[in-house]
Ligand binder design. Structure first.
Ligand code: FAD
Length: 287
């Protein structure tokens, strides 16, 4: 495994994603994980948001804590079932706090809300943020090298991604994937359409097979057959799963960075160990 610093691209950016804790114990743990990961000096943290506002308060609190602890932090935001007034109030809160980056999403449609909001797709949220706050926020959007699971076709997903860029997105973070070719092909297709913003791979560490398989099935991320077979074969042997997972994901990250990816965004799942292992394997501490 490499320990060489991968610093050829000095502009490369690195970020860590959290989800808001649901309990006081979880909140304290998140503060500690943030404290440890902050020592790695990522460019920013981000905090997810429940569509329909289910974690709105949790997101706002976690963002406030991370900001007050001295880190750059980007709240995720989606319209979900909220009114325009509620979204604008939240934007104003973040602006007043000194937040300058957002991750703008449609979010997953909450069941039972009727989803009547007129701002529904992410491109509409990007347009709203630009219209109301000008260039205050650096706006990140999501994209899907293996294509969003509900998309009609590869072309339509690219088309709607470009709409978000045309609406004013500054950069994009991908859904996680384990096939580097899917990413490079996607970036090439985007460039052919005139999309020039940085497309940063989202990286999901592998620590647990059944959770990963369930989550991947929902979000349309493919686990290659050989990885699946290997992980299944380890059964309950958590150490072997971790060791193999770290090796697979480290290689993926190396391939992506060596192939010109503009950085990496790690889905931390609020855990320190797996991300810090990848970080060390990639020599990112030497940046
Ligand atoms: P959109 O870009 O709006 O696209 C959604 C789907 O609709 C796609 O199939 C697209 O092709 C299609 N589409 C887009 N625009 C139109 C249009 N105008 N007309 C017709 N079809 C259209 N979920 C959460 O709930 N909270 C989070 O914090 C969160 N963070 C995420 C962070 C990242 C980096 C990623 C990759 C995903 C995240 N998700 C999160 C999941 C995401 O919300 C879901 O994948 C959701 O289903 C799509 O969101 P989007 O912003 O990509 O939607």
């Amino acid at each position: 495994m490499t320990t060489q610093p991968r610093s050829a691209n000095t502009q490369a950016r690195f970020s860590f994603e959290f989800f808001p804790a649901k309990t006081e114990v979880g909140e304290e743990k998140l503060k500690e994980v943030h404290r440890q990961l902050a020592l790695l000096k990522p460019d920013f943290f981000s905090v997810t948001y429940g569509a329909g506002g289910s974690t709105r308060d949790g997101t706002r609190q976690a963002v406030t804590n991370i900001h007050n602890a001295g880190s750059n932090v980007a709240p995720h935001l989606s319209f979900g079932g909220s009114s325009e007034e509620e979204i604008l109030a939240l934007l104003q809160y973040y602006k007043d706090l000194g937040i300058t980056r957002l991750v703008a999403l449609r979010g997953d449609v909450p069941s039972g809300t009727g989803a009547t909001s007129s701002y529904y797709y992410a491109n509409e949220l990007v347009e709203l943020v630009r219209r109301k706050t000008g260039n205050h926020f650096h706006i990140e959007v999501a994209c899907y090298p293996e294509i969003h699971p509900k998309s009609e076709s590869y072309e339509s997903d690219l088309y709607y991604f470009k709409k978000k860029v045309d609406a004013g997105a500054d950069s994009a973070i991908t859904q996680y994937f384990y096939n580097a070719d899917a990413y490079f092909y996607y970036v090439d297709r985007c460039k052919a359409l005139g999309v020039e913003i940085p497309i940063v791979p989202g990286i999901m560490p592998i620590t647990n097979y059944s959770n990963l398989a369930r989550f991947s099935g929902n979000c349309g991320a493919e686990i290659p057959r050989w990885v699946r077979q290997r992980l299944q074969g380890y059964g309950d042997d958590v150490d072997s799963i971790r060791q193999f997972g770290d090796e697979v994901v480290t290689r993926l990250c190396e391939t992506l960075l060596d192939g010109g990816a503009p950085g990496l965004h790690f889905y931390t799942m609020n855990q320190y160990t797996s991300v810090s292992t990848l970080w060390n394997n990639l020599g990112l501490g030497e940046r």
